[in-house]
Design a protein around this ligand. Structure first.
Ligand code: PEP
Ligand code: MG
Length: 883
């Protein structure tokens, strides 16, 4: 590429806009946008993400090539600020800030106060005082020394702590100028000692090396780890923003803060934030000093506060979403350093979306699209069982809601290790980006220091993990691996319970419960219901689950499995059915003993689901699952024989063993199961059909409106469906004649074998509905056991990227999905009224739901706690792909 065709790598803030995130990074694009709309932003410019990628490829040579452009922009900054970079009179200082296209809070590096050296610091001192100038210089030295030159940050911290001790002060801000001047010398010496090089005095060299360091931080260990956890592609690169410095540490009429235009934890429509007087931005984010509440700023500086609130309102209206703003006050003047769409808890996401729609800021459809199905799922996560709540032992700031229980761990690497096997709670004085892996592996996070915008708080909210920060009552001893609170000592491995919604820490392992949806969530889901085309049914067969599913908005039952009706106290009866020698005997036990019990089960189910379609699936698992394990039985028989036991006891065991051997299969999943049971032993299915229809008829007579639907599993051939349909019709006729009532019922089939999908048009002629059993369909299409694959090899396939996702969780759209699409098209052509749904696990998975909508299915069926997720996902699918 010739020189003049080279892409533009440097943009001033005046040249960019919010739409250019991919190129300018989130921070750069928004700084440009704010500049455009007249929000007070310090002047600056951005090196693009493309420049980062080029730098990775070509290194220093590339930076040298674009350097003249950078110099041009620095000169423009000098013009705008009336200062001079490297000048002694009125020195211009800049910050060199990272900013990727997607937010990665604290993961990459930033260097402040670039441009200071032994000369310019004197100029700055004349302008703004000695103390301030040397404070800024020592900050540059420690940031530059650690980030650019690689001296461990702790070494600077250690010197700083020593200095505070020497001068007898607690806070950094109390150190006198003299102390800071000493520190500057000590820091320079430290850098020389550790690296063998001097801290560069040339300000332009400082910028150049800082830019390179920020670019390199894109591939830093913690940034890479963060991208893995959040699924962010590695090839985006980060932009670098070079911004004229404004100072929050220029005295007590200066300061720095973070504001959210609405409360990020609760969603309340009120500016929420924190302010640290006489400090630079890094002090807030690092969570080192606990800052004051933004309302306090309002009391101390009402004018400034009003200005801040105005900017917040303006930015929120402009972006039509909650903003997370970083600001600095320099001697009473407000500067906005960053705005971005604020991260929020699932609770807040729902409240904000609903509130904003009601305020007219966004439409209802936008509100429905604003909340992710994952957020809804998290919202329905656990809370401490109110009846088991204990007195808290300590209270901190409620940084990320939800309750968590786990064993205390003080080290992040250990949390990563132990977290694989048992629930852990990570307890740290504060967290840094190094802790992200440990946080991800923990159930919850507890820190002793830091505010609501500290690293721990921001990252935990993003992960949707319960988190408490600033819990100063706990005294952590990392050496001993314990924390003390009052007289209580909590050691590594002890159980604790934390409530991130209230900030309470409780000793021990308290029981957790599922919460109820909030009023806002109910409203949002109602809007979703008005939008979606897909019906949302539930997979539930126990009365309590059915009731819960209906409470959460299920419109019917899409799959009531009946296996449980053969277990528990019914198991001995059913075992006698299986062992019966003749059909008469089998029939007698089934009809006289088992059927009446099951009729009561069905009555309860149909009563709870009254008025709603209730799809009941006939018996599905292989019969051997109802008999004792063959190996155990062999051992028992051998033992009895060895003991010389004779007679009926031994004979009975031998009979049982013979039957179990009869039923033994090499491949039970491809064996004597599903409707093959009903074809070979029609009496088993007949008993179930009779129980269902008698239950329905009796309820009908009581004035209820039962709507049973009988579903046949594992069908491969139209003839199976025809045979069994005759059976259903025969039983229905008998029951309705005897009871003197008719009940509307439906007859349908699962599509869970490839042949069923391939011949869906033929099957459609026989039935009223289809339900894709995608657990079995995935198993049979991929030829992978649903019981063993995940444990054995599937994770390797996913790690290696051979399969993009676990096909048992998210539909394999190219394979299983194509078969489904074909089946839907074929069968609807034959019978347009055929109702088609899905009842495999995928029915509660948002991506799979989107696919079901796209291929024109009628409903999805999901487990009760995923019903709200499915309602939202179905509406979003409609909005994304209007049919
Ligand atoms: C299925 O196979 O998808 C299904 C719903 O049935 P089960 O999981 O009971 O086999
Ligand atoms: Mg199945």
């Amino acid at each position: 590429m010739s020189q003049h065709e080279r892409p533009k790598y440097v943009y001033s803030f005046e040249e960019g806009s919010a739409g250019m995130k991919r190129l300018l990074g989130g921070k750069g694009a928004n700084l440009a946008e704010m500049t455009r709309i007249g929000v007070p932003v310090p002047p600056g410019f951005t090196l693009t993400t493309k420049a980062c990628i080029e730098y990775m490829r070509r290194g220093r040579e590339f930076i040298d090539e674009i350097w003249p452009e950078v110099l041009k922009h620095i000169r423009k900054l000098e013009e705008k600020t009336g200062r001079k970079f490297g000048g002694v009179e009125r020195p211009l200082l800049v910050s060199v800030r990272s900013g990727a296209p997607v937010s990665m809070p604290g993961m990459m590096d930033t260097v402040l106060n670039v441009g200071l050296n032994d000369e310019t610091v004197k100029g700055l001192a004349k302008l703004a005082g000695e103390r301030f100038a040397y404070d800024s210089y020592r900050r540059l030295l420690s940031m530059y020394g650690s980030i650019v030159m690689g001296v461990p940050r702790e070494e600077f911290e250690r010197l700083l702590e020593e200095k505070k001790r020497k001068y007898g002060v607690k806070a950094d801000a109390e150190l006198p100028a003299e102390a800071l001047r000493e520190l500057v010398e000590e820091y320079k010496r430290l850098i020389k000692e550790r690296t063998g090089r001097e801290f560069p005095q040339n300000p332009l060299e400082q910028v150049k090396m800082a830019v390179e360091a920020v670019f390199r931080s894109w591939n830093g260990r913690r940034a890479v780890k963060y991208r893995r956890i959040h699924g962010i592609p590695d090839d985006l690169g980060t932009a670098v923003n070079i911004v004229a410095m404004v100072f929050g540490n220029m005295g007590w009429d200066s300061g720095t803060g973070v504001a959210f235009t609405r409360n990020p934890a609760t969603g309340e429509n009120r500016v929420y934030g924190e302010y640290l007087p006489n400090a630079q931005g890094e002090d807030v984010v690092a969570g080192i000093r606990t800052p004051m509440h933004i309302d306090e700023l309002g009391r101390r500086h009402p004018e400034l506060y009003k200005q801040l609130i105005d900017v917040c309102r303006r930015l929120e209206r402009h972006y039509r979403d909650m903003q997370d703003i970083e600001f600095t006050v320099e001697q009473g003047r407000l500067w906005i350093l960053q705005t971005r769409t604020g991260k929020r808890t699932p609770l807040a996401a729902v409240k904000m979306a609903v509130d904003m729609a009601e305020e007219g800021l966004i439409t209802r459809e936008e509100a429905v699209l604003r909340v992710s199905p994952e957020d809804v799922e998290k919202l329905l996560h656990k809370q401490v069982d109110p009846s088991a709540r204990k007195e808290p032992v300590a209270k901190g700031l409620p940084a990320s809601p939800g309750a968590a229980v786990g064993k205390v761990v003080f080290d992040s690497d250990e949390a990563e290790e132990l977290g694989k096997r048992e629930p852990v709670i990570l307890v740290r004085p504060e967290t840094t980006p190094e802790d992200v892996g440990g946080m991800a592996a923990s159930q919850g996070i507890l820190t002793a220091r830091g505010g609501m915008t500290s690293h721990a708080a921001v990252v935990a909210r993003g992960m949707g993990k319960p988190c408490i920060v600033g819990c100063e009552a706990i005294k952590i001893d990392l050496e001993k691996e314990e924390f003390r609170v009052g007289d209580l000592v909590v050691k590594k491995g002890d159980w604790i319970t934390i409530d991130g919604s209230t900030g309470e820490v409780m000793a021990g392992k308290l029981p957790l419960v599922e919460p109820k949806p909030t009023a806002e969530l109910e409203k949002l889901l109602k809007w979703a219901d008005e939008i979606r085309d897909l019906g949302v049914y539930a997979n539930a067969d126990l009365p309590a689950d059915i009731a819960k599913a209906i409470e959460l908005g299920a419109e019917g039952i899409g799959l009531a499995r009946t296996e449980h009706m053969f277990l528990g106290d019914r198991l001995p009866i059913f075992q006698r059915v299986i062992l019966a020698e003749t059909e008469e005997e089998r029939r007698r036990i089934l009809m006289e003993e088992l059927m009446p019990l099951q009729k009561e089960d069905f009555k309860e189910i149909l009563r709870i689901a009254d008025g709603k379609k209730t799809i009941i699936r006939l018996l599905d698992p292989p019969l051997h699952e109802f008999l004792p394990n063959i190996r155990e039985l062999l051992a028992e028989v051998a033992k009895l024989e060895a003991q010389g036991v004779r007679g009926e006891e031994l004979e009975e065991k031998r009979r049982l063993l013979k039957k179990v051997e009869d039923l033994y299969e090499f491949n039970p999943m491809l064996g004597f199961r599903v409707c093959r049971l009903g074809v070979v032993y029609p009496e088993i299915y007949e008993a179930q059909i009779r129980a269902i229809l008698e239950a329905a008829a009796e309820l009908r007579k009581q004035g209820l409106n039962p709507r049973p639907a009988i579903m046949i599993p594992g069908v491969i051939h139209k003839r199976e469906l025809e045979e069994l349909k005759k059976l259903v019709e025969k039983v229905a006729k008998e029951v309705f004649e005897r009871e003197g009532v008719e009940v509307d019922y439906e007859y349908g089939t699962m599509i869970e074998m490839p042949r069923a999908a391939l011949t869906a048009d033929e099957l459609a002629e026989v039935v009223d509905f289809f339900s894709f059993g995608t657990n079995d369909l995935t198993q049979t299409v991929l030829g992978m056991s649903r019981d063993d694959a995940e444990r054995r090899f599937l994770h390797v396939y996913i790690e290696k990227g051979i399969l993009p996702e676990n096909p048992f969780k998210t539909l394999d759209i190219k394979g299983v999905g194509q078969l489904m699409k074909m089946a839907v098209e074929k069968s609807k052509r034959v019978k347009p009224t055929l109702e088609i749904g899905i009842c495999g696990e995928h029915g509660g998975d948002p991506k799979s739901i989107e696919f079901c909508h796209k291929i024109g299915m009628d409903y999805v069926s999901a487990s009760p706690f995923r019903i709200p997720v499915a309602r939202l996902a179905a509406a979003q699918a409609k909005l994304k792909h209007r049919r």
